[in-house]
Ligand binder design. Structure first.
Ligand SMILES: [Zn+2]
Length: 97
């Protein structure tokens, strides 16, 4: 596990709570209704898409509309497991294919 820099626990709690509220919002339902994964561009049914923070909360990202995107489970899992540089390489591979 990486050690993350100084994001106060209280901020993380607040942003996670906001993310939960976003998942219930009409805005989010409209986003996943398109069925598109933000990263790989694949088509999925709405229940297969998860809410992903482009900049993870533990790295200081916020639960804002600009930072929350639909991601398929595969992209979400990879993003969680890869280092930021490795994730960028994965995105570059997708862009080339
Ligand atoms: Zn995907």
């Amino acid at each position: 596990m990486h050690t993350f820099c100084d994001i106060p626990e209280e901020q993380l709690r607040r942003e996670r709570q906001k993310a939960r509220e976003m998942r219930r919002s009409q805005w989010w339902r409209n986003r996943i209704a398109t069925g598109l994964c933000h990263y790989c561009g694949g088509r999925f049914s709405p229940d297969q898409l998860t809410l992903d923070h482009i900049v993870p909360l533990v790295r200081g990202g916020r639960s804002s509309r600009g930072n929350c995107v639909p991601a398929c489970k595969e992209c979400n899992t990879r993003k969680r497991d890869l280092l930021p540089t490795e994730w960028q390489e994965y995105l570059d591979t997708l862009a080339r294919s």
